[in-house]
Design a protein around this ligand. Structure first.
Ligand SMILES: [Zn+2]
Ligand SMILES: [Zn+2]
Length: 141
């Protein structure tokens, strides 16, 4: 970075200067209103092009560029919405599983020897019954 584009009196050092892709002038990152974190990204990614204010005014395709950025932002937002949706779905499924587990834990605490055997007996009967039902269904259909 060589020629200074900034109107301020400060020295221009490479580490905090950003160069316009169009006119090649260098500007202080803070003078052109770029945050430190954004500047880090811009200077570390070589294919991000930055234009100074003057060049932005002159660029004929800035408007369409902005539209393209907006469009891809919209697409991104839609994707994020979809991810949000499936996250919510997952969350409600998790809640269902959690309450199921909770119910089982409650049930297990309730069990003592006699209750347990009665429950098992009932369960066994239920299974037999539904097995019989299933068989009957198979036979009659
Ligand atoms: Zn420029
Ligand atoms: Zn400056």
């Amino acid at each position: 970075m060589s020629i200074k584009g900034c109107q301020c009196a400060r020295n221009m050092e490479d580490k905090d200067a950003i160069q316009c892709f169009q006119c090649q002038l260098a500007f202080h990152q803070d003078c052109v209103g770029i945050s430190k974190s954004a500047f880090k990204v811009i200077s570390s990614v070589s294919n991000i092009k930055w234009y100074c204010d003057e060049c932005m005014k002159l660029l004929p395709d800035v408007k369409s560029l902005n539209k393209a950025v907006r469009d891809s932002n919209d697409a991104l937002n839609t994707k994020i919405d979809k991810i949000d949706e499936s996250n919510n779905l997952l969350r409600s499924e998790l809640e269902a599983i959690k309450s199921l587990i909770q119910r089982n834990v409650d049930g297990a605490e309730r069990f003592d020897g006699t209750v347990l055997s009665t429950e098992l007996c009932n369960l066994n009967n239920d299974l037999n019954k539904s097995f019989a039902d299933a068989v009957r269904c198979e036979v009659t259909s």
